[in-house]
Design a protein around this ligand. Structure first.
Ligand code: HEC
Length: 392
């Protein structure tokens, strides 16, 4: 059919406005209609065709998100051309959102469910297509963001806040706490600040008459750290980073939890994805003392092996794992201290941006010197939403 060219621009705007309003109205009810659409879209084969049929109205022709004033609803769709956002998410999480809709992961219901309108294969193709809106290949993909182990450092750079505690089953009781805040810098780097605290029970005989018992909080050595991803390979499923932590002698000296000297801790961290949501993480490094008369250098190696389970394929992630830890003082003829740590990580929020990890560090040798340690952390990926967002 031949189109009739419009002579009057104002008039075409006039026609355009009601059309746009109609579009908005139809978008608002799109979620409900999607169930009936399967036949319309079943012939679409490429990610691009599927995108332009089913996602473009809200996500825009270039993936930047349609103009919010045109859409007329909150929240606006995200900008898929922003690599910082698009690279960090796991494809599986996005397949889940596109299948079950925004609320499946604690997002808005304005992001509809396509599970009945598109096949699993089509959804995977369209997710791969939207991932490519990020044109830069230097960003490590979210698949490498493996579950956080209690001790073994991760290779993936993060935007997160983490609180961790560990307490020995010893007498008198002492609980070590640590607050860590990490921020990603560009595609491959991360800076981090660590603030340690210790709460312990003081028990000593004051004169012969009574025993003085009280709780005391003291601060440990504050640390700053840098991490850089050296290399990653999607096909081989591995990622390698180098890290360097510097501990400053800021801690409370009287209680003996501070080192009183600078410690520099270089390390290498490796993440390896194995099939069926399995993973291996390895970390090796050294705590280099700036005064070996006070404190010897220590070398350490750590490994975490585990697997993630997801309810229904997309649900809350649960990752049981076991860590093997070894460390040795370089000077003197001290033996290697070995521990094993059975532990798990579980996503607490629906969006999975708040997760809990807990485990028990079991020493394997030198048992009289090294008590059992209960360890736990709470981690919040603050880039993915506020602490109270994404729970329902
Ligand atoms: C009716 C409008 C609409 C359509 C159609 C739509 N989306 Fe969305 N989408 C949204 C909105 C709005 C958000 C933001 C939700 C939020 O932030 O709570 C969103 C967010 C997303 C997210 C990001 C979630 C995150 O991690 O932040 C993905 C992935 C996504 N959509 C994929 C798709 C795919 C794939 C299609 C087509 C098959 C599609 N969307 C079609 C409105 C839509």
């Amino acid at each position: 059919m031949k189109r009739i060219p419009s002579k009057n621009n104002k008039r075409s705007l006039f026609l355009f406005l009601p059309a746009a309003m109609l579009l908005m109205a139809s978008i608002n009810t799109l979620g409900a209609d999607l169930t009936k659409r399967r036949d319309d879209w079943s012939s679409l084969k490429t990610g691009k065709d599927i995108y332009f049929a089913s996602c473009v109205a809200c996500h825009g022709t270039r993936g930047q998100g349609a103009d919010p004033t045109m859409l007329g609803f909150d929240p606006s769709p995200p900008d898929f051309t922003d690599c910082k956002f698009t690279s960090r998410e796991m494809s599986n999480d996005w397949v889940g959102i596109a299948t079950g809709g925004g609320p499946m992961k604690g997002f808005s219901a304005m992001m509809p469910a396509f599970g009945k309108a598109l096949s699993r294969d089509q959804i995977e193709k369209v997710v791969a297509f939207i991932k490519d809106f990020c044109p830069e290949k230097k960003w490590p993909p979210g698949e490498f963001n493996l579950p956080k182990a209690l001790n073994t450092g991760k290779a993936f750079p993060e935007d997160e806040a983490a609180w961790s505690v560990s307490g020995g089953l010893e007498n008198p009781v002492s609980v070590k706490g640590k607050f860590v805040i990490a921020k990603r810098i560009a595609a491959r780097h991360q800076i981090e600040a660590v603030i340690p605290l210790e709460v312990h029970r003081i028990e000593h005989d004051a004169a012969d008459l009574y025993t003085d018992r009280r709780w005391e909080i003291s601060s440990g050595d504050i640390a700053a750290a840098w991490k850089s991803v050296l290399w990653f390979s999607r096909s081989a499923g591995n990622i390698v980073s180098v890290t360097c932590d510097v501990f400053f002698p800021t801690g409370n000296r009287e209680n003996g939890i501070a080192s009183e000297i600078f410690i520099v801790e270089p390390a290498v961290a490796i993440g390896q994805i194995i099939p069926r949501l399995g993973f291996i993480q390895l970390q090796g490094g050294a705590e280099l003392s700036t005064d070996t008369a006070t404190k010897s250098h220590v070398v350490f190696w750590r490994g975490a092996f585990g697997r993630t389970f997801r309810k229904g394929g997309f649900g809350r992630a649960f990752s049981p794992m076991v860590e093997v830890l070894g460390e040795k003082e370089v000077s003197g003829n001290t033996s290697v201290n070995w521990s094993v740590v059975p532990e798990f990580q579980i996503a607490l929020s629906k969006r999975q941006h708040i997760r809990l990890g807990a485990g028990l560090a079991i020493p394997v040798n030198e048992l009289d010197m090294r008590p059992l340690n209960i360890m736990a952390y709470l981690v919040w990926d603050w880039y993915d939403g506020g602490f109270t967002e994404g729970w329902k």
